[in-house]
Design a protein around this ligand. Structure first.
Ligand code: PMP
Ligand code: GLN
Length: 390
């Protein structure tokens, strides 16, 4: 009798995440890891201290299902302060185990089997898996490099992606892996189509404080969108505590209620002592958020300059802490084999962009570097790339 595969059909094709694979490769080879997106230094001391204090104060049992009221209040205050959006912490804010759980819970809580979910392609890797676990169908809308080095989409392709079966559109701005920041007019089109087609938007705004020109625009702030948008954020990115896994989803009560229903049975709750600490972070003065941005801009410039000197084409990001490099100027290899050989050739780890596309024939000339690293680390990694390819 043929043996049934252990992995369910829903998850066929989803192996180990590229980030774990590449970080393991970095450990194995001792190469400098610019692959997986995490900062190499911790966030603010006062936030760390608040977590330590909470542990010693006995904040170590299950927190309330939707998250502590204080953290939900701090999240609502943050949305008011930065975007002038009003949210009721009682039923419009949900604390999650990172943005990853918020995304999964939104998909599981809002989609029927066979529903279509539109997402811009390439996507952050958990999107396709989350859509598959929800039994939904990914409808990718390609983002393509434009003459000015930014990424753009075709309005008609987006329009055509909306069908009678579309339930959700997922928007990630600033966008991982491309570093694209969606413009107001692009977001107005998305909003117009959501309203016209009665589609819910899930916006992943984990890089909201890393927009290099202008300021972050939340989709929920566009006319008519508040009632149909789930907005997702993460302390991992905003406060450089990726291992704490505190994220959140905000939106209208009936939609958040659906997300919460799914979330209850994924983790139920998480990170009791980290919740008060993240509340401290969200209430930090503007200088914290300003400095984070200034630092990221400097790091972006440092790495982009080195990549250019090494001979790569550089698709300079408008946000996030990632930069896409075009490798076709330095190699005939495609992105995956190039990245597999990179630790040996240059002592550096990067991520092949092909893994982010629904069709892995795409992204073959592109690799992604993370620049949330110390200046010395970035300079050394850059110099190694220059020595190898420059
Ligand atoms: N969305 C995007 C676009 C990301 O880059 C990441 C990775 N941090 C996540 C979601 C997941 O965030 P978290 O670590 O908070 O689960
Ligand atoms: N978001 C990070 C990245 O894009 C990694 C998170 C993860 O490993 N799941 O690299």
């Amino acid at each position: 009798m043929p043996r049934r595969p252990y992995l369910s059909s829903r998850l066929q094709g989803f192996g180990t995440t590229v980030f774990s694979e590449m970080s393991a490769l970095a450990v194995q080879t001792g190469a400098l890891n610019l692959g997986q997106g995490f900062p190499d230094s911790d966030g603010p001391d006062e936030v760390k201290q608040a977590a330590i204090d909470a542990i010693f104060a006995g904040v170590n049992q299950y927190p309330p299902g939707p998250g502590t009221l204080d953290l939900r209040t701090a999240i609502a205050e943050h949305q008011k302060r930065f975007y002038n959006m009003s949210l009721n912490p009682a039923d419009e804010v949900l604390v999650t185990a990172g943005a990853t759980e918020a995304l999964a819970a939104a998909l599981l809580g809002l989609c029927e089997t066979g529903d279509e979910v539109i997402a811009f392609d390439p996507t952050y890797d958990s999107y396709a898996a989350g859509i598959a676990m929800a039994g939904a169908v990914l409808k990718p809308v390609p983002l393509r490099p434009q003459a000015d080095g930014t990424f753009g989409f075709d309005d008609e392709e987006l329009r055509r992606a909306f069908t009678t079966r579309t339930r959700l559109i997922m928007l990630n701005t600033p966008h991982n892996p491309t570093g694209k920041v969606f413009t107001l007019s692009e977001m107005q089109l998305i909003a117009e189509l959501c309203l016209e087609r009665n589609v819910i938007a899930v916006t992943d705004e984990v890089y909201e404080h890393m927009v290099f020109d202008g300021s972050h625009i939340p989709l929920a702030g566009l006319p008519g969108m508040r009632d149909r948008t789930v907005t997702i954020g993460s302390a991992g990115k905003t406060f450089s505590f990726t291992g704490w896994k505190i994220g959140w989803a905000t939106g209208p009560a009936p939609i958040i209620s659906a997300v919460r229903t799914a979330k209850q049975f994924l983790t139920y709750v998480n990170g009791a002592p980290f919740q008060p600490a993240v509340a401290v972070g969200l209430r930090l003065g503007d200088s914290y958020f300003d400095q984070l941005l200034v630092q990221m801009v400097a790091k972006k410039e440092l790495l982009c300059e080195k990549l250019e000197q090494a001979g790569f084409g550089v698709l300079a990001p408008q946000g996030t802490y990632f930069v896409t490099a075009d490798i076709s100027t330095v190699t005939t290899k495609k992105s995956l084999p190039f990245c597999m050989g990179l630790p040996e050739e240059a002592g550096v780890v990067a991520v092949p962009c092909s893994v982010f596309y629904s069709d892995d024939r795409m992204g073959q000339d592109h690799i992604r570097f993370c620049f949330a690293k110390s200046d010395a680390f970035l300079a050394e990694a850059g110099d190694r790339l220059i020595a190898a390819y420059g």
